[in-house]
Design a protein around this ligand. Structure first.
Ligand SMILES: *[C@@H]1O[C@H](CO)[C@@H](O)[C@H](O)[C@H]1NC(C)=O
Ligand SMILES: *[C@@H]1O[C@H](CO)[C@@H](O)[C@H](O)[C@H]1NC(C)=O
Ligand SMILES: *[C@@H]1O[C@H](CO)[C@@H](O)[C@H](O)[C@H]1NC(C)=O
Ligand SMILES: *[C@@H]1O[C@H](CO)[C@@H](O)[C@H](O)[C@H]1NC(C)=O
Ligand SMILES: *[C@@H]1O[C@H](CO)[C@@H](O)[C@H](O)[C@H]1NC(C)=O
Ligand SMILES: *[C@@H]1O[C@H](CO)[C@@H](O)[C@H](O)[C@H]1NC(C)=O
Ligand SMILES: *[C@@H]1O[C@H](CO)[C@@H](O)[C@H](O)[C@H]1NC(C)=O
Ligand SMILES: *[C@@H]1O[C@H](CO)[C@@H](O)[C@H](O)[C@H]1NC(C)=O
Ligand SMILES: *[C@@H]1O[C@H](CO)[C@@H](O)[C@H](O)[C@H]1NC(C)=O
Length: 453
C-alpha cells in the first residue's frame, strides 16, 4: 500500500509541472507556471557553464505544455551555456540586464543533420554545428522580456571560418524548424556565429521590437532569414549586420526544388537597417522552393549596399513573384535597385542547368534615396528575363562621386513612372503607379501579449 502511494506520488510529480514564482500579469499569452533559471542551478557569473541547467529547465517545463504553459525567467546576469532547445507553450523571458552567452568552446556544440531543403550545411558539405537556440515541431513559443540579450560571441566562429579552420557549417543563433505560432519581441541578439534568426518550415511568426547587432565586417551575420516559411511579420526592428539585414529564402538548388516549400505572405514594416556590404532585404539567393507575396513598407536603410535585392541564378529553379515595396527612405547606398541573375554558389555539381528561376511582378513605390552611387544595377538571366518590374515615384539624389552610368539593365523588362534619374530603356515604357495589396495579412495574435515575469 505504502509503496503504491509512493509510486502514485512519483507519477503525479512527473505528470504535474513545476510551480514557481508567479506572473505579475495575466492575459492572452501569459503562462500559468513560472520558474527562474536559478531554480535549476544556473550561475550567472559569465564563467560557469550552464548547459545542463538550461536542458533541465526546458525538460521540466515541457511538462506544463498541457496545463497553461510555462515561462523560464532569466534574471540579470551573464549566463554562459552551450546550445539548448526550446519546447511548446513556452516563454523564454529575459529580464533587464540578462545576457545569455553562447559557449566559445566548439566541443560544446554537437553536430546536427543538414536541412533537407539545403542537402548539406551552407558553409561546408555534410552535417552542421547545432544552432545555439533550437527547436523542432513546436507550437506557441515566445521569446521576449525587458530587452535582455542573447549573445552568440561569434568572433571565434568568424575567425575560424575565414581561416578555413572549420570542418562543419556554423550554427545559427536561433533556428526553429517545423514550428508555428511564434513571437519574438523586445529582445536583442548580438554577435551571431552566422545567421541570427532562422525560421525554417514555420508558419505564423511575429518578430517585433527586436534589435540585432553584429560588426559590419562579420561573416554571414544575416539578421532575420525566413526560409520556406509562411505568414511572417517583422515590425519595428533595428538591425546592424555584416550581411543582409533580412534575407527571405526557400532552399538551395535541387534540394530546395525537391522540398518545394515556398516562403510567402511576409510583411516587413518599420525596419531600420545598416549593412554597408549587403542588402536591406534580400530575396534569395537560395529561393528554389519559391518566394511570393512579400510586402515591405515604411522602412529606412542607412549606409547599406542596396535596398530590396533579388539574387538568383541558373540552377536555382523556383520563383520570386508578387513583391511589393513602398515608402523607403534610404541614405548612402551603392545601388538603390540591384537584381542579380548569376549569383553562383551551388551545393554540389548536381544542380540542374535547365532549372531557371521565374522572377516577375516586382513593384517599388515611393522611394527617396540620398547620396546614391548608382540608381540601378539590373541584371536578369539571359533567355530568362526578370519581367513585370514596376517602379513609380522614385527619386535618387546622387553622391558627389556617383557613377556616370546610373542604370545598367540586362535581361529585365518593366515599366516606370516618375523615376529619377531617368531609367534604362528596358524600364522606359510609361507606366501607371505600381500596385500594393489593399488587404491586410492576418499574422500573429491581434495584440502582442503583455506579460512580465
Ligand atoms: C535539439 O533538437 C534537435 C532535434 O530537433 C536535436 O538534433 C538536437 O540534438 C537538440 N539539441 C540539444 C542541445 O538538445
Ligand atoms: C518534425 O516534423 C517533420 C515534418 O512533419 C518530421 O519530418 C520530423 O521528423 C519532425 N522532427 C522531430 C524532431 O520531431
Ligand atoms: C535594447 O538594447 C539594445 C542593445 O543594448 C539597444 O541598442 C536598444 O536601443 C535597446 N532597445 C530598447 C527599446 O531599449
Ligand atoms: C498565430 O499565432 C498567435 C500566437 O502567436 C495566435 O494567437 C494566432 O491565433 C495564430 N494565428 C493562426 C492563424 O494560427
Ligand atoms: C565538382 O566538379 C569539380 C570539377 O569538375 C571537382 O573539382 C569538384 O570536386 C566537384 N565538387 C563536388 C562537390 O563534387
Ligand atoms: C512620392 O514619394 C514621396 C516619398 O519618397 C512621398 O512623400 C510623396 O507623397 C509621393 N508622391 C505621391 C504622389 O505619392
Ligand atoms: C556619401 O556616400 C559616400 C560613399 O559614396 C560616403 O563616403 C559619404 O560619407 C556619404 N556622405 C554622407 C553625407 O553621408
Ligand atoms: C552592365 O551589366 C552587365 C551585366 O551585368 C555587365 O556585363 C557590364 O559590364 C555592365 N556595364 C557597365 C558599364 O557597368
Ligand atoms: C514589447 O514592448 C512593447 C512596447 O513596450 C509592448 O507593447 C509589447 O507588448 C512587448 N512585447 C511583449 C511580447 O511583451
Amino acid at each position: 500500500m505504502a509503496t503504491r502511494r509512493v509510486a502514485l506520488a512519483m507519477v503525479l510529480a512527473l505528470a504535474l509541472c513545476a510551480v514557481g514564482i508567479g506572473a505579475s500579469s495575466r492575459g492572452p499569452g501569459c503562462r500559468k507556471h513560472v520558474k527562474r533559471i536559478t531554480d535549476y542551478g544556473a550561475v550567472g557569473d559569465g564563467k560557469t557553464l550552464n548547459t545542463a541547467a538550461f536542458a533541465r529547465a526546458v525538460a521540466d517545463l515541457s511538462r506544463c505544455a498541457g496545463d497553461g504553459g510555462a515561462a523560464l525567467v532569466v534574471p540579470a546576469g551573464r549566463w554562459l551555456t552551450g546550445p539548448f532547445n526550446l519546447t511548446s507553450h513556452f516563454t523564454l523571458y529575459l529580464r533587464h540586464g540578462a545576457e545569455i552567452l553562447a559557449s566559445q568552446d566548439l566541443n560544446d556544440w554537437p553536430l546536427i543533420a543538414p536541412l533537407p531543403s539545403y542537402g548539406r550545411g551552407r558553409d561546408e558539405p555534410g552535417p552542421r554545428y547545432s544552432n545555439f537556440i533550437g527547436g523542432s515541431n513546436l507550437t506557441d513559443v515566445i521569446i521576449s522580456g525587458q530587452n535582455g540579450t542573447i549573445n552568440g560571441q561569434g568572433q571565434v566562429w568568424w575567425d575560424k571560418y575565414r581561416a578555413k579552420e572549420l570542418t562543419y557549417t556554423r550554427g545559427y543563433l536561433l533556428e526553429l524548424l517545423y514550428s508555428r505560432d511564434i513571437i519574438i519581441s523586445n529582445v536583442t541578439f548580438v554577435d551571431a556565429p552566422s545567421w541570427n534568426l532562422h525560421h525554417t518550415y514555420c508558419n505564423n511568426v511575429t518578430i517585433s521590437g527586436v534589435t540585432i547587432l553584429a560588426p559590419i565586417h562579420s561573416a554571414n551575420t544575416d539578421g532575420i532569414d525566413p526560409d520556406s516559411s509562411s505568414h511572417v511579420k517583422i515590425e519595428d526592428c533595428y538591425i546592424v549586420s555584416g550581411d543582409d539585414c533580412i534575407a527571405v529564402k526557400s532552399g538551395w538548388d535541387e534540394y530546395g526544388i525537391r522540398f518545394n516549400m515556398p516562403s510567402q505572405h511576409i510583411v516587413v514594416r518599420r525596419l531600420t537597417c545598416i549593412s554597408p556590404t549587403s542588402a536591406m532585404i534580400a530575396l534569395g539567393s537560395e529561393m528554389s522552393g519559391g518566394i511570393q507575396d512579400i510586402r515591405v513598407e515604411d522602412s529606412i536603410a542607412i549606409n547599406t549596399e542596396s535596398a530590396v535585392r533579388i539574387k538568383s541564378g541558373v540552377g536555382r529553379g523556383g520563383f520570386v513573384r508578387d513583391v511589393f515595396v513602398r515608402n523607403l527612405r534610404l541614405h548612402t547606398m551603392k545601388w538603390v535597385f540591384w537584381m542579380t541573375g548569376n549569383y553562383g554558389q551551388h551545393p554540389d555539381n548536381s544542380s540542374d542547368p535547365k532549372a531557371l528561376p521565374v522572377v516577375t511582378g516586382i513593384n517599388y513605390i515611393d522611394v527617396l534615396a540620398e547620396n546614391v552611387t548608382m540608381a540601378g544595377r539590373m541584371e536578369g538571366i539571359p533567355n530568362d528575363p526578370y519581367t513585370g518590374i514596376c517602379m513609380s515615384n522614385i527619386t535618387a539624389h546622387l553622391a558627389p562621386k556617383a557613377k556616370k552610368l546610373q542604370w545598367n539593365c540586362t535581361d529585365v523588362q518593366g515599366v516606370a513612372s516618375g523615376v529619377w534619374p531617368k531609367p534604362c530603356p528596358q524600364l522606359g515604357a510609361v507606366g501607371k503607379p505600381c500596385t500594393f495589396p489593399e488587404d491586410e495579412l492576418v499574422i500573429g495574435p491581434p495584440e502582442l501579449p503583455k506579460c512580465t515575469y
